[in-house]
Each structure stands twice: as C-alpha cells, then as structure tokens.
Design a protein around this ligand. Structure first.
Ligand code: AMP
Ligand code: ZN
Length: 144
C-alpha cells in the first residue's frame, strides 16, 4: 500500500507528504521528504520525514530508517558547505515526555553556528553512583 492510501487523517506531516499542506522542500524522493521547520531553532533547521506515517522512530522499518538517515547525512553536509554551519545536532524525539509534538516520525537537523548561538541541548550528568551500569548494560543488551 502506498503512503497516499495509508495515512492518518489529522496528521500534519501526512498532509505535507500528500501535498495538501505546503512546505519548503529541500529534498524529495518516493519515500522520503525533507523540508524547513517553520519554527526553526537555527538558520536551516530541517526536518526529514518518511512519507508513510509511523508514530515515531520505534515503528520505522529498517530499510526506511537507513534511507532517512542517509538523507539526513546529505542535508547535514549541505548545511556545512552551503550555509556555513560549524556543527550540527541530529535528533528525533520519541513520545511527548521527550518533546515529540508531531506524532509522525521525523528527524531534526539543527545547524549550529557558534558557541553563542543561543541553543542549549546539553544535559547535566547525574552522579554515577546513582546507577549500576553493568546491570543496565546487561538489561539493554539482553533485549536487543
Ligand atoms: P517535535 O517537537 O520533535 O515533534 O517536532 C515537530 C516540529 O515540527 C517542530 O519543530 C515544529 O516547529 C515543526 N512543525 C510543525 N508543523 C510544521 C509545518 N507545518 N511545517 C514545518 N514544520 C512544522
Ligand atoms: Zn502522519
């Protein structure tokens, strides 16, 4: 089934993928679309989406996920060479608690222009003794 037949009625990114809502495209192929974020965190902030609706990265098939990140890589390269980005943050939010507001898989590509560009994505590390790292590593490893 194509993404045109299989979409979520009230999803803004499905509407963009179907051409029902306009966007400023920077890349498009049969399966992937990239466009400028309309509330940019910095100049050139781009979103890469699968045209097909998946609620988050957790549901995306392997080959499509790989294609999405290949497009993200190309865009990141263009942001460096064309817009003069000095660094780039690439991230995808999963679920509301992590900041996901649009529940259609997307990858943010946020170019960085200098130490005072006003963006703060860093987190303060917690005390190491709070965690039993070997147990945590094993829990994760055993369920992959
Ligand atoms: P997230 O909070 O990770 O779900 O990111 C959703 C992003 O989509 C936000 O950065 C919004 O600014 C952006 N966004 C929402 N609607 C549109 C739209 N119509 N065109 C472009 N970007 C959008
Ligand atoms: Zn959607």
């Amino acid at each position: 089934m194509s993404f045109e037949e299989h979409y979520q009625e009230n999803c803004i990114f499905c509407k963009i993928a179907r051409g029902e809502v306009p966007c400023l495209k920077v890349y498009e192929d049969q399966e992937i679309l990239a466009f400028l974020d309309t509330s940019p965190a910095s100049k050139g902030h781009t979103l890469v989406i699968t045209k097909e609706h998946f609620d988050s990265m957790l549901n995306v098939p392997e080959d499509l996920l790989a294609k999405t990140f290949r497009v993200a890589q190309k865009i990141a390269q263009a942001l460096e060479t064309k817009l003069g980005a000095k660094g780039i943050n690439i991230l995808t939010n999963i679920h509301e608690i992590a900041g996901q507001s649009v529940h259609h898989f997307h990858v943010h590509i946020i170019p960085r222009y200098g130490p005072n560009d006003g963006l703060k994505l860093e987190c303060t590390p917690l005390k190491l003794e709070k965690f039993n790292l070997p147990v945590i590593a094993n829990d994760i490893k055993s369920s992959i």
